[in-house]
Design a protein around this ligand. Structure first.
Ligand SMILES: Nc1ncnc2c1ncn2[C@@H]1O[C@H](COP(=O)(O)OP(=O)(O)OP(=O)(O)O)[C@@H](O)[C@H]1O
Length: 324
């Protein structure tokens, strides 16, 4: 049985418009999403702002009722069996301020242990172990208000583990962290998964998703657009990219590039130099000189060849369409 099972999930919000708020508008935040997550998996939900990621996590963590469809975690219905489920899961919303800043790190965790009815005989050991795990063992008695953002975020992770949850939901866990802080957090997330915890996370950082996630779901406008391992997602798009920076863009350049055999698409991104052309292709070595020929009048500044990244996949799927 899958640890998380989402089937034909839908969630609408009703909002009022205008000053006297008589006009109602329905927002279809989740239109139709289905996926399953297995035990020990790190599962990533990617998508632009407003795609429906947080709403999905809120439903799975029993904080929001679905409009229709099924959301089942650890065999418990997320709507109707909240009490049983809440003991076994936990969640962390990146950048949240659920910690008590006037209390020490230890006392914060102690407070949250009590909320989850963690037995006194295991409480002290668990708190110490968690503080060590997130690298705050020597800061146990320091007040949270003296902590940096990264330290607070790591304490949030510890807070999310006080009830030893089987499933952990992380909404943008590394948002606002410096590269070292984010790396430390990713290491902790991997360690948790290797201990058998199931993790569902959202992130806007493609490299992070690539490094962490066993499987990735890309959603947009409340619908699932792709679901697979990062490797398979990359294989499914044409697997190489030639990036060219040019000073000038001639009228027929794109047409000429698109006519080259093995070229499957060209994106134009204006930049400081003039334009960056992202040419999706197969057999890049074979067509490199042809591309160079076609760009001879475009004042080429640089040209490089690389394998497709998860960001290429994401941009291809989401395109420039950000309207929710
Ligand atoms: N309480 C609410 N009332 C009305 N509309 C809402 C509410 N919460 C979310 N929405 C709308 O639902 C849609 C999905 O929002 P959601 O927060 O789930 O997206 P998201 O993918 O998490 O976005 P982000 O990456 O910006 O966090 C958006 O159009 C949003 O404006």
């Amino acid at each position: 049985m899958s640890v998380i099972m989402v089937r034909n999930l839908k969630r609408d919000y009703e909002t009022s418009l205008g000053i006297i708020k008589r006009d109602k508008k329905i927002i279809n935040a989740i239109r139709d999403i289905s996926f399953e997550v297995e035990r020990g998996e790190i599962f990533g939900l990617l998508g632009p702002n407003g795609a429906g990621k947080t709403s999905t996590i809120k439903i799975l963590t029993t904080l929001l009722a679905p409009t229709s469809g099924q959301a089942v975690v650890l065999g418990h219905n997320c709507f109707g069996e909240e009490k049983e489920l809440r003991r076994k899961i936990n969640f962390i919303f990146g950048g949240e301020r659920s910690l008590y800043w006037r209390l020490s790190a230890y006392d914060n965790l102690s407070y949250f242990c009590d909320l989850y009815h963690v037995p006194e005989r295991v409480k002290k050991d668990r708190i110490e172990k968690l503080l060590d795990m997130v690298g705050l063992g020597d800061k146990a008695q320091y007040k949270v208000e003296t902590f940096s953002k990264g330290m607070k975020q790591r304490l949030q992770i510890a807070r999310g583990l006080v009830n030893d949850p089987e499933v952990l939901f992380l909404d943008e866990p590394t948002i606002g962290l410096d590269p070292v802080g984010a790396k430390t957090l990713r290491k902790i997330i991997k360690q948790l998964s290797s201990e058998g915890k199931t993790i569902l996370l959202t992130t806007h950082y493609m490299q992070e998703a690539d490094e962490l996630c066993d499987r990735i779901a890309i959603i947009n406008k409340g619908k699932l657009f792709a679901l697979n391992t990062s490797e398979k997602l990359k294989e499914n798009i044409d697997s190489s990219v030639i990036e060219v920076e040019i000073h000038t863009l001639k009228e027929d350049t794109l047409l000429r590039l698109n006519n080259i055999e093995h070229v499957t698409g060209v994106d134009v991104i204006p930049n400081d130099v003039g334009y960056k052309l992202k040419i999706d292709c197969r057999n890049p070595r074979k067509i490199m000189s042809l591309i160079n020929d076609q760009l001879s009048e475009n004042n080429v500044k640089s040209i490089l060849m690389r394998e497709a990244t998860l960001e290429d996949v994401y941009l291809k799927i989401i395109g420039g369409d950000y309207s929710a």
